[in-house]
Design a protein around this ligand. Structure first.
Ligand code: NAD
Length: 254
């Protein structure tokens, strides 16, 4: 019961294979009360169905690129929860054509969209969450090794993840004095809705399975446990970090 009595917002559940859903289950199992935001009505149906079994869960629509929806969403959260203890940011998107072929051909618009949804949304949500984190808090976002190394076809999403990881450090510096910690969890590759948009993703999975020190793909539950550590008091001394839950893949040169 590592999160007993804590209230958290989970942003980024699309379906039962979402990393955010695995994290939500770990939080729920550890005593947290949860709110879920969904991107649009269509995904909202999935979220409502999944969360129906959770006691006291809240749901609301919040497209992270829409300032009005973010404002309304957090007003709703303040009314219902009064306070927020943690926030899980598991959101990313880039237009499909930007996730195949050369990075050098990325259009201005595709670059803008990828960075807006996948990186700028973190400071936006941290800003909205700050007044609700009255007794401090923990914010965790999801990143990927493509932030630092070149992954085939990951392209502009790698640039967005680099901006995301840098945002984690700046936010950690801003919010630390309020007792709010901000960290990124860099997960190994997992088959999800978002990753299915990356060209040649099955090759990345095969390479990971054969080269990672643990010689297997990372499991959703392993990522969820890593997030739980950062969200709960066990991670109280950790902020501004990118922590890898990738079976050690990131240490390998070839
Ligand atoms: P997913 O498709 O289940 O989740 C992505 C979520 O982003 C979806 O819920 C989608 O609705 C949401 N989203 C996209 N645009 C949005 C917007 N404008 N407003 C609100 N929400 C929006 O896939 P996932 O793999 O679970 O992705 C979650 C996070 O994990 C992402 O940041 C992803 O980059 C990261 N990640 C994934 C992997 C992987 O291999 N799957 C590895 C490392 C990191």
């Amino acid at each position: 019961m590592l999160l007993s009595g804590k209230k958290g917002l989970i942003v980024g559940v699309a379906n039962k294979r979402s990393i955010a859903w695995a994290i939500a289950q770990a939080c729920q199992d550890n005593g947290a009360r949860l709110a879920f935001s969904y991107q649009n009505e269509r995904l909202g149906e999935n979220v409502k169905e999944l969360t129906a079994e959770l006691s006291g869960a809240l749901n609301f629509q919040m497209d992270v690129t829409d300032d009005a929806q973010v404002k309304t969403g957090f007003e709703f959260l303040e009314k219902e929860f009064g306070q927020l203890d943690f926030l899980v940011h598991a959101v990313a998107y880039a237009p499909r054509q930007a996730l195949e072929g050369d990075f050098v051909s990325t259009s201005r618009e595709d670059f803008r969209v990828a960075l807006d949804v996948s990186a700028y949304s973190l400071p936006v949500l941290a800003h909205a969450a700050k007044p609700l984190m009255k007794e401090g808090g923990s914010i965790v976002t999801l990143s990927y090794l493509g932030a630092e190394r070149v992954m085939p076809n990951y392209n502009v999403m790698g640039v967005a993840k680099a901006a995301l990881e840098s945002s984690v450090r700046y936010l950690a510096s801003d919010l630390g004095q309020l007792g709010i910690r901000v960290n990124a969890l860099s997960a190994g590759p997992i088959k999800t809705l978002a990753s299915s948009g990356i060209g040649g993703f099955s090759t990345i999975l095969d390479h990971h399975r054969s080269k990672a020190p643990l010689r297997k793909l990372v499991e959703l539950e392993e990522v969820a446990d890593g997030a739980l550590f950062l969200l709960c008091p066990m991670g109280r001394g950790v902020t501004g970090q990118t922590i890898y839950v990738d079976g050690g893949y990131n240490i390998m040169a070839i």
